[in-house]
Unconditional design. Structure first.
Length: 326
């Protein structure tokens, strides 16, 4: 039995499972492993220091898999913004046909660059209204992120059990469910709620091929569903990170009503986070982590993980649910 959905058909993949783009994690090693296992692997454009480095990473991924993979492009306002259009051109030059986007409305300029080259655009949203806006603007696939997700869950605090069907009621194009997914029960539930597949980030961090230190992978196993903090709420830029001594200190400092970003800059910087992932020293910074940590109990290969998720989902659909029919 195979789970065939609009996502598998549109992306040309075997299983309706997508690996989300993750900063300093979405390298060729992980993306190719996910794609080789039948899902869609994604490398992260801005993890690469330059557009030329992205070109090389695309070629490295091609050498490691003959199956479809994508590139993530996330656009957020920063003091020193990267040359987003140069990164987009590197994607085009590399012949990549699937791009995951996220961020501000400025991302639409990137869409306009990609569309003439036949690129399928998968856009991540945290609200139904944003999903409808992206659909109207010509996106091909929506990834709807529930409040459970790692990274930036938005400011509405709507969990997937409500957000996914609410989006499915209105969005007409194929849709991925994201946030809190890590096993076959989640995949079966996502399909039942109206999605066409799932997008997983945190769960893929705890795999053999994830290019991060084993100490960080073990932290995902050791943490449970309560093992994350929401930070930056007062700045209207909410982020969910894994529970650690450092993230606890970030929360403590930001609990001051007069706190400003400078009070925690050295703890939450991208440089510090990258060093944490590389060295496994959890005192270096913070790491992204979703509530799905409560469902992570091992560190399998991507092949083992995807095969298990699909087999469990198929078993639930074929046996458990069907067996409930009178």
């Amino acid at each position: 039995m195979a789970l065939r959905t609009r996502i598998t058909e549109r992306l040309g993949i075997q299983h309706p499972i997508v690996q989300g783009g993750m900063m300093n994690v979405g390298y060729a090693e992980l993306a190719s492993a996910v794609s080789n296992a039948g899902g869609l692997g994604i490398i992260t454009a801005l993890t690469q220091p330059t557009p030329q480095a992205l070109r090389e990473e695309i070629e490295r991924t091609k050498a490691m898999t003959s199956k479809p993979f994508g590139v993530n492009m996330t656009i957020f306002p920063t003091v020193n913004s990267p040359d987003y259009k140069a990164y987009a051109q590197a994607i085009i030059d590399g012949g990549v046909t699937i791009v995951e986007t996220a961020g501000t409305q400025a991302v639409r300029e990137i869409w306009e660059m990609l569309r003439p080259h036949g690129v399928t655009i998968l856009h991540k949203c945290t609200a139904v209204r944003h999903a409808l806006s992206a659909e109207k603007a010509g996106c091909d696939i929506i990834s709807i992120d529930g409040f459970e997700c790692a990274g930036h869950p938005g400011e509405d605090d709507i969990p997937g059990l409500v957000l996914i069907p609410a989006a499915a009621d209105k969005v007409k194009i194929p849709m991925l469910a994201s946030g809190g997914f890590g096993d076959g029960r989640g995949l079966a539930a996502a399909l039942a709620l109206g999605a066409d597949g799932i997008n997983m980030g945190t769960r893929f961090c705890a795999t053999k091929e994830a290019p991060i230190h084993d100490n960080v992978k073990q932290a995902y196993v050791d943490n449970d569903e309560r093992g994350s903090f929401l930070i930056f709420r007062a700045f209207k830029n909410t982020a969910r990170v894994g529970k650690s001594a450092v993230s606890e200190e970030v929360v403590r400092r930001l609990s001051n009503p007069d706190a400003v970003f400078e009070d925690v800059r050295e703890l939450v910087s991208g440089v510090a986070g990258k060093e944490l992932l590389r060295t496994g020293d959890l005192s270096k910074g913070v790491f992204w982590a979703g509530m799905v940590q409560g469902l992570i109990h091992d560190i399998p290969t991507c092949q083992e993980l995807i095969s298990r998720i699909v087999a469990d989902a198929e078993g639930i659909i074929r046996s458990r649910l069907a067996g409930m029919m009178a």
